[in-house]
Design a protein around this ligand. Structure first.
Ligand code: PXG
Length: 464
């Protein structure tokens, strides 16, 4: 086979990709017919593809490139660490300097009493760790029957067997099934499901489903509750203000463990280091990945509170771990990423500059005839597309039809803004500057206008 170079025509690269590459969450034969988009390089918030388009990345890759693309310092740290110690494991009573330093840094950044880190290679792996960890915790405490984990419909926790089961997405369960001992309650999605209730009433109602579920299962059988502070892959669903305080009250009352999945909301995304701080949540365990290394290398983990770590350490081995738990190169890069975030005050930039600047313009999108609500926490936002704002109506077409058409216009206008059903979502790199926000909003308006024209012309601007 010929050497693949960046000079190879896009069509040839697409043909090779279609012949040999199975993409995640993709209809691969449909993609083969259409032709995949091939990214080539990136700097800051800007991607360049093999056709020379400069694309504004409104998603930070897959919610992860928080400090932006092309940071040389991270490449240098990776190269240096590979030469110093490319790999060693953290099993068998050994460790290495990057894993020590990163665990200590995470303990410094995370809220008290979260001071202990179990490393994984991804968010999915970390959530698989969490399933085994919470069950082992109750075993050691002499309550081995406490095994059930309560999660939420339309939550996303990854796509390994365990993490996919924690997630509440029927499409994932349909492909390969779901492990036992995980149940789901409703999501705090007021726009879609709140009916005539106020957001605050609906938030309480959805939180109280946790109490009802605990009581119906028997608290003696329940190990933990897991939730994303803000559902990301589910469509950037910002819960009503009443939701998390009520969840916290219930978790405290029944003494079950609380796992905050911070894979997206961690590391500055919501304007604080962690989404748990933004919502006043006090988790026993936080799942982390993505922004931990700004996506420069794969790494994830579970940050565990003192009490859980103490119990886990009190009765022999925890028979669990990954070859790449605390991988030295990934750990060194993650540590440098966090140092850059601190030195350049990136969390403060989100909170004091980028969020307030974007908020006003993002909310302005609700003046568009097709946009109902606009939500933005930190730099995590969504808009609901609707044919009738007052009724929060859904489109008559199959859910996602209008969202997909809108996403296609964004792609055509060199803006990466995704759709989840008929919601459009953004999660740009945290280093985004006001002039780039202006450009994002310009492209979003243009794409919405074009999509609206298409939707109307096709007779799809019709309520269900
Ligand atoms: N938890 C949350 C909250 C996530 O968003 C994971 C766990 C799993 O992490 P890994 O590293 O195993 O992928 C995620 C991942 C999407 C999309 O379509 C979102 C994710 C992954 C892939 C696609 O928005 N989030």
């Amino acid at each position: 086979m010929n050497k693949i170079t960046n000079h190879m025509p896009t069509a040839e690269l697409q043909a090779l990709d279609a012949a040999h590459h199975m993409h995640p969450f993709t209809d691969n034969s449909a993609l083969a017919r259409k032709g995949v988009r091939i990214m080539k390089s990136a700097k800051g918030v800007w991607l360049t593809d093999t056709e020379g388009h400069r694309i504004l990345d409104g998603m930070a890759g897959l919610w992860c490139v928080n400090i932006g693309y092309g940071r040389k310092e991270l490449a240098e740290v990776a190269a240096a660490q590979m030469q110093e110690l490319a790999y060693y494991n953290t099993f068998f009573q050994t460790t290495h300097i990057p894993a020590i330093a990163l665990a200590a840094k995470l303990a410094e950044i995370a809220p008290e009493p979260l001071n202990h880190v179990f490393f994984a290679g991804s968010g999915s792996e970390a959530n698989d760790t969490n399933i085994r960890l919470v069950r082992r915790y109750w075993d050691i405490k002499g309550q081995p029957e406490k095994r059930i984990i309560i999660a939420r419909t339309n939550g996303y926790h990854g796509s390994t067997m365990g993490a996919g089961s924690l997630g509440g997405m029927a499409g994932i369960h349909a492909h390969g099934g779901k492990i036992a001992g995980i149940v789901h309650i409703g999501e705090p999605n007021w726009w879609d499901q709140g009916g005539d209730m106020t957001p605050e009433e609906f938030g309480l109602k959805r939180a109280r489903e946790l109490e009802d579920m605990i009581l119906s299962l028997g608290v003696e059988n329940v190990a933990a509750f897991i939730g994303e502070p803000i559902q990301g892959a589910g469509g950037v669903i910002v819960p009503p203000s009443t939701y998390w305080p009520e969840i916290q009250r219930i978790v405290d009352k029944y003494g079950i463990l609380l796992i905050a999945d911070e894979v997206i909301t961690g590391f500055g995304r919501t304007g604080n280091w962690f989404g748990s701080q933004t919502f006043g949540i006090r988790p026993h365990i936080m799942t982390i990945a993505k922004g931990l290394s700004s996506g420069y290398l794969p790494i994830g983990g579970s940050i565990v509170c003192d009490e859980v770590a103490e119990v886990m350490g009190s009765k022999g081995d925890f028979n669990h771990g990954y070859t790449y738990s605390g991988h030295p190169v990934a750990a060194a890069v993650a540590l440098k990423n966090l140092e850059i975030m601190q030195d350049e005050k990136i969390v403060e930039h989100v909170r004091d500059v980028a969020h307030p600047y974007l908020l006003e313009r993002w909310q302005g999108l609700t003046e568009h005839p097709m946009v109902g609500e606009a939500k933005l926490v930190g730099l995590m936002g969504s808009i609901a597309l609707t044919p009738d704002k007052a009724r929060r109506a859904k489109f008559a077409s199959e859910t996602g039809t209008v969202g997909y058409k809108t996403r296609e216009r964004c792609f055509a206008n060199d803006l990466i803004m995704r759709h989840v059903g008929d919601r459009m979502i953004i999660s740009p790199p945290l280093i985004i500057q006001p002039e780039e926000i202006d450009e994002l909003i310009r492209r979003a308006w243009k794409s919405l206008d074009e999509a609206y024209a298409i939707v109307k012309a096709e007779g799809l601007f019709v309520a269900r």
